[in-house]
Ligand binder design. Structure first.
Ligand code: SPD
Length: 347
């Protein structure tokens, strides 16, 4: 009898415990899938607190990785952050939901030049997050040549001191630009030539890297690296020997937008989040924390003077006149994929 009572008590305590844990789980959940190092973590906490929700946060390193996760199904992301050409592809493949713009009043703060771009002409599917360029970051103590051309990444003097981006469109794009071709070429001879350039360059390359580029360049373990401009801002902040250049042959200008996958379980909360991310003070906190360039004109006003006036983060029109936005290369995508595989596996 006594045993039965104890057992009942245990069952009661366990049930109350499970019920309490269950309460926590009942919070609506937002599943966010973002690039690594691409948000002020406190912003996520603030969103959770203000909206009484839980955010599950996963990261990816390249557009291609993100695409595979979303396209193969089996994921339940509510918001993700592809770039221009990938947005174009995801729209074409019917992977994205249309965004209800009435739910995003803070879209009013986005500068006109970041809206209605060709990859999403009426911003039906995407809302701007950050933008930037691709260029070369270099250590002024370790590099005694002028850095104004992609050629320097093929200079044997810097053998073992060069970092390339572990991202296929950027690396193939750099080789194409070095040769004087478009970063969006569909010409097989040009693509073959770019592949040969990358294979020729490989013995000079210390590593193909993602976010770890920051640690390596700040720690002066390499002399030159191909980077996204926002990372250059963050690195220069940490090491004043570093500088950034957009090569004269031209480069890539890119736009990362927030989108909602078609199968998102919580579209309304996703729209709340996208709107929250565009509040000027939130957009400014993110831009300052990560170093990337905000398209939010009100947020820009809130940034510290040195960031607002940085010509790495906010280059002049002249500095970007020779840049191209990546396009979805559609039927030649497998050629790009194969080139990258071949370059990466070449010994
Ligand atoms: N660590 C965050 C990196 C985000 C870079 N996005 C740029 C993509 C350009 N295609």
């Amino acid at each position: 009898m006594k045993k039965t009572r104890i057992l009942l008590l245990i069952v009661l305590v366990l049930s109350v415990g499970i019920a309490l844990v269950g309460c926590g789980d009942d919070k609506p959940t937002l599943n966010v899938y973002n690039w690594g190092d691409y948000i002020d973590p406190e912003v996520i906490n603030d969103f959770e607190k203000e909206f009484g929700v839980k955010v599950n946060y996963d990261t990816f390193a390249t557009n291609e990785d993100m695409y595979v996760s979303i396209a193969k199904g089996g994921t339940n992301y509510d918001v993700t952050f592809p770039s221009d050409y990938m947005i174009e592809r995801m729209i074409a493949e019917d992977l994205l939901a249309k965004i209800d713009k009435d739910k995003i009043p803070n879209l009013q703060y986005i500068g006109e030049r970041y809206l209605n771009l060709d990859f999403d002409p009426n911003n039906e599917y995407s809302v701007p997050y950050m933008w930037g360029t691709v260029g070369i970051i270099y250590n002024k103590k370790m590099v005694d040549d002028v850095v104004d051309s992609w050629d320097i990444l093929w200079n044997e003097k810097y053998q073992g001191q060069i970092l390339m981006l572990d991202s296929q469109r950027e690396s193939i794009g750099v080789a194409l630009k070095k040769l004087g071709y478009s970063m969006n070429t569909r010409n097989m001879d040009e693509l073959e030539a770019a592949k040969e350039e990358l294979i020729k360059q490989k013995p000079l390359v210390y590593a193909y890297v993602g976010d770890e580029v920051k640690e390596l360049m700040v720690g002066e373990e390499a002399a030159l690296a191909v980077v996204w401009s926002g990372d250059a801002v963050a690195m220069i902040r940490e090491n004043e020997n570093l500088a950034y250049a957009i090569p004269k042959e031209g480069s890539n200008i890119w736009f990362d937008n927030m989108v909602i996958p078609k199968n998102a379980p919580n579209k309304e909360l996703a729209e709340e989040f996208i709107n929250f991310m565009n509040r000027p003070e939130i957009a400014a906190r993110n831009a300052e924390y990560i170093g990337y360039s905000t398209p939010n004109t009100q947020a820009l006003e809130l940034l510290p003077e040195e960031l607002k006036n940085s010509d790495v983060a906010y280059p002049s029109d002249k500095a970007i006149e020779n840049t191209e936005i990546f396009l979805d290369v559609k039927d030649v995508l497998t050629i790009y994929d194969n080139i990258w595989l071949e370059v990466k596996s070449h010994r």
